[in-house]
Ligand binder design. Structure first.
Ligand code: GDP
Length: 195
């Protein structure tokens, strides 16, 4: 997809700060360091719009990026960061559950996992929440450049099995390093918007 413009809109910490223009939203969830910022930067062809240093501990912040004045990519806080407190963990849970259950413009969640590893408990919990709230999911297996192509099918199969991946959900192989999967993911986003 051709990117005409991409803007960082807001780090929202409260629902009243979420945009109210009703453009479709695609949220990105995944553990800290999985590569969410790099994926956003690759999607919008910018080196540093999404900060590549994740901000652990900012458990309530949703970063909104608007692309081509037509769609939002919404970066969820990375989870699974060891040093967050129990209270922060609870705040994260409450914020995300409220968002997933109430957020009308949300069209799909991109669940970002590292192709090299089995999904974490938090990834599985997130996937289960998404199924519970009946939100369409695309599992994005990123960092594909870090394993030989011959191992991709085996890794993807293992990840789907561990998540109990539902056949109606989608999957895209991705690498922020090489750009693999970028067009496919934009095609999917546009397909979902047009539905
Ligand atoms: P975030 O915490 O989920 O936002 O993760 P980042 O985007 O900051 O990425 C964490 C680290 O993984 C950084 O050092 C990135 O350069 C690296 N990284 C992210 N995506 C990829 C990828 O597709 N391939 C490779 N080789 N490295 C990646």
């Amino acid at each position: 997809m051709k990117i005409m413009n991409a803007e960082f809109i807001i780090s929202a910490v409260r629902p009243d700060q979420y945009p109210d223009d009703a453009l479709p939203e695609f949220a990105l969830a995944g553990r800290s360091n999985v590569g969410k910022s790099s994926l956003i930067n690759r999607m919008i062809n910018r080196k540093n719009l999404a900060r590549t240093s994740s901000q652990p501990g900012k458990t309530q912040q949703l970063n909104y990026y608007r692309v081509n004045d037509s769609v939002y990519l919404v970066d969820f806080p990375g989870y699974g960061y060891a040093k967050v407190s129990k209270v922060q963990r609870q705040q994260f849970g409450t914020m995300i559950e409220t968002f997933l259950s109430d957020r009308e413009p949300l069209r799909m969640v991109l669940l970002i996992v590292d192709i090299r590893h089995a999904p974490s408990k938090d990834d599985i919990l997130m996937y289960d929440w998404l199924k519970h709230y009946e939100i369409p999911v695309c599992v994005v297996t990123t960092k594909a450049d870090k394993v030989p192509k011959s191992q991709w099918p085996k890794q993807v199969k293992m990840i789907k099995q561990e998540l109990s991946f539902h056949p109606e959900d989608r999957h895209v192989l991705f690498s922020s390093e090489t750009g693999l999967g970028r067009e496919e993911l934009w095609d999917l986003i546009n397909e979902v918007i047009e539905q």
